[in-house]
Design a protein around this ligand. Structure first.
Ligand code: FES
Ligand SMILES: [Fe+2]
Length: 407
């Protein structure tokens, strides 16, 4: 290892800057989170072009089950529906007659339901679309003028799944498969039993910050001893480990300090334990590439799927974060925890304790974001200064920059 060291003369070796010299060490312009022009480019060249996770297969398990998700960055709402053939398809939620939304309701986070019959029926004049998106019913059809029903279905969106996560791609010209988009990053998580973890706890809120301010706050461990002094005092190691770069995606791992303090209620919970992020459980085994050395202080692995999806896996649980741009300085954040179903009351208590602890940590994380955006908006500070452990943030900014500069 060379003597690449932080400029302040610290003696600690700079590990990730050396492993990934292509990411550089320069400060990053704050304008990336403040410029309306840059945000417009992100909407058009990133979010409207790449595969985006919008759900899980367990949310719509049976034929006729659907989920509707609003995507503010594209001024659209999408329907994901499981057809009679078991396949999940995606459509824009817009009627071909006069453009009304076909499925109504609060689609901010994800409206779920089951169609009454085998079709969606527009509330306005009753046009009906089957689960394949085809227009199958038009009241007073004989009064239209050469209406071709075959050409007027719900606009289809490319939809595919990876590890049970449902993805869409809004770009009609996109030629890249989801498999190719995920690429070798898929190997890191292959074999994790996502589908078995069906006890789900969901949180979401709209934050007054740029989507990257939210994403950044979950992409490093530097903040753990300050921001998480309340929820996890003295628990986490502030160094990110096992960082891997996989093209536009990356991964890393969080560890705890050896023998961290344990509160009395946490101790009780751990005796009854299934799992929590501060006390990994024992009911599932991690695939070989996660915590490959089986370090006892490993807490969770963090995979970032570009551009806005984080999936963290641990023993007996996983959790995800997602950051949806609403506008330049508004972001819909979604945090979801998934556990193996509890087998008895003790496990149920333990699981609830773990998920509340995690929720409290997320409140601490999200608590920084609006203040950051507010202060940045003064324009006083022109650059962010990332240390070695903030390498995953550096990677995010570099990949976004590559996308927005594409012709
Ligand atoms: S707008 Fe949908 S049926 Fe008229
Ligand atoms: Fe955090």
């Amino acid at each position: 290892m060379s003597d690449l060291r932080p400029e302040n003369g610290a003696t600690k070796r700079v590990r990730w800057a050396q492993a990934f010299p292509e990411l550089g060490t320069e400060p990053i312009p704050t304008d990336r989170c403040l410029s309306p022009e840059y945000f417009a480019l992100e909407r058009e060249k990133v979010f409207k072009c790449v595969w985006l996770k919008v759900g899980r297969v367990e949310e719509i398990p049976k034929p006729r089950d659907y989920k509707v998700k609003r995507l503010d960055f594209a001024n659209t709402s999408v329907i994901l529906v499981r057809g009679e053939d078991g396949r999940i398809r995606g459509f824009h939620n817009i009627c071909s007659h006069r453009g009304n939304k076909v499925v109504w309701g609060d689609d901010t986070y994800g409206l779920r339901g089951t169609t009454r019959g085998k079709s969606f029926v527009c509330h306005f004049h009753g046009w009906a679309y089957n689960l394949n998106g085809e227009l199958v019913g038009v009241p007073q059809e004989e009064l239209f003028f050469g209406l071709d029903k075959c050409q007027n279905g719900l606009p289809a969106i490319a939809t595919d799944t990876w590890e049970g996560f449902i993805f869409i791609n809004l770009d009609p010209a996109n030629k890249q498969s989801l498999k190719d988009f995920i690429g070798e990053h898929a190997d890191r998580l292959a074999g994790f039993p996502f589908e078995a973890m069906t006890a789900v706890y969901e949180y979401y809120t709209v934050l007054n910050c740029n989507w990257k301010i939210a994403w950044d706050a979950f992409s490093e461990a530097y903040h753990v001893s300050t921001v998480h002094a309340g929820s996890f005092p003295g628990v986490f190691d502030a160094e990110v480990k096992q960082v891997g770069m996989y093209g536009i995606h990356h991964g890393g791992a969080a560890h705890q300090k050896p023998s961290p303090p344990v509160s009395p209620v946490a101790a009780l919970s751990y005796q009854l334990a299934t799992a929590s992020i501060a006390k990994p459980g024992f009911r599932s085994s991690l695939p070989a590439r996660i915590n490959p050395d089986r370090d006892p202080d490993f807490v969770f692995d963090q995979s970032a799927v570009f551009p806005n999806f984080l999936v963290h896996v641990s023993e007996g649980l996983y959790f995800t974060h997602q950051f949806w741009p609403v506008s330049l300085d508004k972001t819909l954040w979604e945090g979801i925890q998934y556990f193996l179903p509890a087998r008895d009351a003790g496990e149920r208590f333990s699981q609830e304790f773990g998920q509340v602890l995690q929720r409290n940590a997320w409140l601490e994380d999200t608590g920084t974001m609006e203040a950051t955006q507010s202060a940045l908006s003064s324009g006083v500070k022109k650059f962010f200064h990332f240390q070695d452990g903030e390498v995953m943030l550096r990677h995010n900014y570099q990949v976004i920059e590559e996308y927005v500069n594409r012709p």
